[in-house]
Every structure is written in C-alpha cells, then in structure tokens.
Ligand binder design. Structure first.
Ligand SMILES: [Zn+2]
Length: 252
C-alpha cells in the first residue's frame, strides 16, 4: 500500500492533471484518499488544483474534523465523507466540473444512453443527482441513493463526482465521464444516435464482471429505450431522486 507521502504526491499530480485537462478552473474541484479508517487526506479550499504542494493537503477524521494541515479543508468534504461511509470498497474520490459533462448536468440530462460498448462495461450509465447546495445536507441527500450503485455521478447544475479503489482509478473515471459526454453530445448533434440493442447490452454486462477496476453495479440503460434508436429523447433522461429504484439488483 502506498505511504502517506506517496498519496500526497499522487493527489498533487492528479490535481494538476484535472487543471491541465480543463476539468476545473480557478480553485474548483477536490480530491481525497482514505489513508486508513480514521484519516482522510484531502485537498484544501481556495487553492488551484493546478499548483498545489504536498504540504497544502489537509487530514480530517471521518466526521470532517481537521487532524492536520495548515490550510482549511475543502468546503465540499461532506460529499467525500458520505461516499467513504456508504462504500467501504472506495479509497479515493475526485470531484471536478468538466465542461461537457457539467453541460449535461446543467441541462437536466443524465448520461444514460448505451452509445459506446466500452463505457457500458466500465461505468454503465452516469445518473444525474438533483441539485443541492454544495457542502450542505441537501446535496448529501440527493447523492445518497445513488452512491451504492454507481461509481460516477452527475450533480445537477454543479459537476461530477467519481470514486474508485485507488486515486488513479477515480481520476480515470472522471476522464471517461467527460469523454463519454463529448461522444454523446456529438452523436446528438449528428441527429442519428443508435444506442446498442438489448442483446448486445446483455453480452457486455457479462464482460463487465471480468473487467479489472470496475466495481460499478450501474445498469445501462437506466430505463428501457423509448421507440428504438431514433425514439423520443425527452423521456429517456431524468433526474434521479431518493425514490429511484435500481433496475437491477444492487451490489450489496
Ligand atoms: Zn464543485
């Protein structure tokens, strides 16, 4: 297992990657790693994720109380803590505002069309959590029903959160979400989306169980297609809520 020092360096490295990729602007975004059951290493507030130093990072306990570090902890720490609480398998969380995926989130659209085979395998669909003010219980409530089943979530009018067993994995899921959003947007602009059909999807779901790094139990699609490839777009996407029921058995 990497040391705390290595995790600090990795957070700095991937924070810079988020910034370089245009997934965050100014001081946006935050990353964290669960060091052990009592300590979470997390990025500070009011610092560009493109120019952090390992010593800028903060350590908090599972309740968010600061245990170490000179700076103040990210204002979005509650979202990270909630994910660690609900997902014992998760060791790292990344939050950013990648523009295309956030554009979907700002338009009330989930990324739930099975348009690309490898994304069906790696992530499944990316649901949309209803809006909640960052750093408040309102946002936690919107995310809570989705966290057990999905490894990446769009947050309405806000951005994206992704998580994994390791930080690099959580970061790559963020990249996959933004890449998929660009593909979905392009397919939509071309006006001829042709989602994968049910029998092909079934084969991909079998492949998923062998795919290293994917712990997502996310179904794809979230809802049955309405009228096939060129069917009505308007009913396919919707904002998830507490009352959402998984369409396949949850992992736990
Ligand atoms: Zn944010």
């Amino acid at each position: 297992m990497p040391s705390e020092r290595q995790y600090r360096q990795e957070i700095v490295r991937l924070g810079a990657a988020l910034h370089r990729s245009g997934f965050v602007a100014a001081t946006d975004g935050n990353l964290s790693v669960r060091l052990d059951e009592n300590r979470i290493l997390v990025t500070p507030t009011s610092v560009s994720k493109g120019s952090m130093r390992p010593s800028d990072l903060v350590i908090v306990d599972p309740e968010g109380r600061k245990l170490g570090g000179r700076r103040d902890v990210s204002s979005e720490i509650a979202m990270h803590l909630l994910i660690y609480r609900l997902r014992p398998d998760i060791r790292a969380v990344v939050h950013a505002h990648p523009p295309t995926a956030t554009g979907f989130a700002a338009s009330g659209l989930a990324l739930n069309q099975p348009l690309v085979c490898e994304i069906v395998v790696s992530l499944g669909c990316v649901p949309l959590a209803r809006y909640g003010t960052p750093g408040t219980a309102e946002l936690s409530q919107a995310l809570r029903p989705l966290i057990p089943q999905y490894d990446a979530i769009l947050m309405a009018n806000h951005g994206v959160v992704s998580y994994g067993e390791e930080l690099q994995q959580a970061y790559m899921k963020m990249e996959t979400v933004e890449h998929f959003a660009k593909i979905a947007l392009t397919a939509h602009l071309l006006g001829q989306e042709q989602p994968l059909q049910e029998d092909d999807l079934a084969k991909l779901m079998v492949a998923r169980s062998k795919y290293a790094g994917s712990r997502s139990a996310a179904p794809m699609p979230l809802e049955p297609q309405n009228g096939g490839p060129s069917g009505n777009h308007h009913n396919r996407n919707r904002i998830a809520s507490d009352s959402d029921k998984p369409v396949s058995a949850p992992r736990r």
